[in-house]
Design a protein around this ligand. Structure first.
Ligand code: SF4
Ligand code: SF4
Length: 87
């Protein structure tokens, strides 16, 4: 079972407790906005996570992963690769 669509490890995210967030795959709407385009795209394709997408890692996912403020230097992309290798 993956924790998010984009590869973020929700269990390691300090927002989870603070914002009472149930984690990406268990919510319909993220606490930080009306919708997450990555989550919507991934779920719209019926995929468990982005690592299973033929377009992985797409420009949108890269934009999120390498965002100067909210990115993680591509860690989530590596996590998706690990999940995909395990599948
Ligand atoms: S950025 Fe989007 S896809 Fe990634 S964990 Fe947050 S809500 Fe889920
Ligand atoms: S890798 Fe990009 S195109 Fe593929 S499901 Fe994720 S956000 Fe959508």
């Amino acid at each position: 079972m993956v924790e998010s669509r984009c590869g973020i490890l929700c269990s390691a995210c300090y927002h989870m407790e603070k914002m009472n967030c149930k984690g990406c795959v268990h919510i319909s709407k993220p606490f930080w906005g009306d919708a997450c385009p990555v989550k919507d795209c991934c779920e719209g394709k019926g995929l468990e996570h982005c690592g299973l997408c033929p377009d992985f890692p797409c420009a949108l996912l890269n934009e999120f992963a390498y965002d100067a403020e909210h990115g993680d230097d591509g860690k989530r992309i590596e996590q998706c690769r690990m999940w995909a290798a395990r599948a």
